[in-house]
Write a protein that binds this ligand. Structure first.
Ligand code: SF4
Ligand code: SF4
Length: 63
């Protein structure tokens, strides 16, 4: 599994709850006001982040 953030759903929170929830810091922002992005090389699909997004922008997919 891998987590993917749908940029069309991401509401670009000031502090990303998904990034905060990720134990290995696989979620980052390209810049202020930009959608969050998951580093696919790092994500191990634990799913811990998915429930934290207020916009339900995280999708877990088979890798
Ligand atoms: S918590 Fe969800 S909506 Fe907010 S910045 Fe992170 S991914 Fe986007
Ligand atoms: S699924 Fe786990 S490893 Fe991947 S981004 Fe979410 S919390 Fe991080």
């Amino acid at each position: 599994m891998k987590a993917i953030i749908n940029p069309e759903k991401c509401i670009c929170c000031k502090k990303c709850a998904v990034a905060k929830a990720c134990p290995i810091k696989a979620v980052f922002r390209l810049g202020e006001g930009e959608p969050a992005v998951v580093d696919m090389g790092l994500c191990h699909g634990c799913g811990l982040c998915a429930a934290e997004c207020p916009a339900k922008a995280v999708v877990l997919r088979e890798s």
